[in-house]
Design a protein around this ligand. Sequence first.
Ligand SMILES: *[C@@H]1O[C@H](CO)[C@@H](O)[C@H](O)[C@H]1NC(C)=O
Ligand SMILES: *[C@@H]1O[C@H](CO)[C@@H](O)[C@H](O)[C@H]1NC(C)=O
Ligand SMILES: *[C@@H]1O[C@H](CO)[C@@H](O)[C@H](O)[C@H]1NC(C)=O
Length: 476
Amino acid sequence: MANLRSFLLLVGALLPTISAAPKPASRSMARSDNVLEDASSTESHLRWVSDLHARNTGKRDTTAGIEKTYEISGWKAYAGEFDDATIAGIKASPEVAYVEADVLVPAPKLLNEQKTAPLDTLEKRHLLAQPDAEWGLVAISHRSTSSSSDYVFDSVAGQGMYAYVVDDSIRTTHMEFENRATFGFNAISNNNTPSGDHGSFTAGIIGGIYAGVAKNVRFIFQESTSSLYTITLILRDSTNVVTFPKGRNIHQSSSMTTSLSQSSAFPLTAIQTNQKPQINLISVKVFDERGASPDSVILSGYTWAVNDILSKNRTNKAVINLSLGSGNTGIEQAWVDAITAAYNQNILTTVSAGNDAAHVSQHSPANVLLAVTVAASNKSFTIADFSNYGPGVDFFAPGVGILAAASDSDVSGLYADGTSASAPFVAGVAMYLQSIWGLESSDYLVAALKGWGAARMVGKLKNSPNLFVNNGNGVD
Ligand SMILES: *[C@@H]1O[C@H](CO)[C@@H](O)[C@H](O)[C@H]1NC(C)=O
Ligand SMILES: *[C@@H]1O[C@H](CO)[C@@H](O)[C@H](O)[C@H]1NC(C)=O
Ligand SMILES: *[C@@H]1O[C@H](CO)[C@@H](O)[C@H](O)[C@H]1NC(C)=O
């Protein structure tokens, strides 16, 4: 037998034939270790299900039957709406590994939202980015509390990378994204317009020009003399030339007296001539104005992203940030399998720990072992009071008082709290490290993230690891 592990996810919405308020789908699960080895056996299984469904339901029932199928390199699943008898038949099939209900997942929320001045004003104020940066950017670029308020970053940051933002869509025209954001897939409707601020906000943390981690600042680099480098800093609408002694490293583009560091972390040669550093932000819409989506819809957005990455050869160049989570779900096997299959194809998934002030083990898919799970810290490096916690957390990242793009105009910004803000910091740093180091596997990327992580948290961490995400520039 092939060692492809294949599972079937079944979504049983038990439709009351008469009566009653429609319930959210109810949950049931079955397991077996059987496998569907190839496409033809999968097809014949699906045909068998359709026939069973047709036989059981006859004319009186309106359950939809099979609605969606999923596949990530050998992991297979399907979802649909079935009557009780069909579900029982499916559970009894030796080809079915387990059956889970289609849990309704609430759209993630930002906490304490506060609109700000337009971001373009803010950006002009900081045109020669990025002194007086937002605290989160400062925090991820320093290893210890210093008086610096600079965001210190490498110009390569995010170049050629792809961040898949599984959320309520992105306002792609927002000036923070400089035409780097596109619509990839819509699992829920035909309308790509964001239904809220969430996706734009978090995409803005990953790669916004002002508020983002992996930014679009362009350096043009020439070697001029044997002992000096000449750097042309092109920061949107201004051009400046700075000369650096050879052997030093540039960490910062903040001003014409750009600070230098002796750290050997990023050799100058990492800066590529004439290339426009960029991170591409791809919207995968799975939430809309209804405010909650079934797992079956979110999973179809997720599998689309994984397969898009695989088919376009973007493994090692992409990260998926999952915008979902529900408390008290325990383990959802379909998510374990999907995220694990992606990880094994070298696609990393960052997930927020959740805002229930609860143990992360109850929060799916944050509780998936191979998901990179991110909890929220405040500016004093204390765990945020709303943040989930526990040994299942991989990193802390800024999550209180975070500024990023909002969706109501092309310049609007928002301050908000939430582990939703924390996960994209790690997604951004992952892409940043990946663009610089070209790490070849998920294992290496996670090791690099962990290796650069700094023990900056203070106070009670409730058994979470003391590891604050850091962009690895070596600055204290
Ligand atoms: C994908 O990448 C591999 C290795 O870098 C290369 O050999 C192959 O041609 C690429 N395929 C596509 C479709 O770009
Ligand atoms: C961070 O949280 C701790 C504990 O709740 C609190 O004492 C501290 O004032 C907070 N820091 C900021 C900057 O809000
Ligand atoms: C990242 O995922 C978290 C939930 O896991 C979500 O709250 C946040 O909005 C996502 N960010 C992006 C950019 O998709």
